[in-house]
Design a protein around this ligand. Sequence first.
Ligand SMILES: [Zn+2]
Length: 171
Amino acid sequence: MALPSTYADRNCSLARSLEVVGERWTLMIVRDAFFGVRRFGDFATQLGIPRAVLTTRLKSLVQEDVLVRDDDGGYRLTDKGVALWPIVRALMGWGDAYYSPAGEKRTTRHDEDGGRLDQDGRCEECGALVPVPEIRIEPGPGYEHRPGTPDPVSVAINTPRRLLEPVTRPV
Ligand SMILES: [Zn+2]
């Protein structure tokens, strides 16, 4: 791992966690997995990262049991991986608050009743703490559409959809 382990780190689980998810791109890969991206090529296109780096990161996430490979070779979050959602959500919220003057880039809702989720992930409509598979994500007021024709995976993940629902591509 890139971060050196020091004596002080032994008593800090933040340091230990960052050994798993603190490297550049890792949380972006995890975020895309929440958005339903599964294929190596799709991660590569979405993130625009060198394939060698993506290979290393995916391998490490599988080793750490954050991602698992399915029979068809696609990647999917394990329960341990899904448990990272509050962190991904909190960092997105922090970025929205301080770096997105036009408002949140993506809005999360309770798919069942359309209620917005507050910063703790609670539905403002029914008050439930919404489990990850029932969360709908959609472009928010701060979302900037890129010029040009987007690829099918971008279209899919920027259309209101439930988290973890696999992106399917036309064959
Ligand atoms: Zn609700």
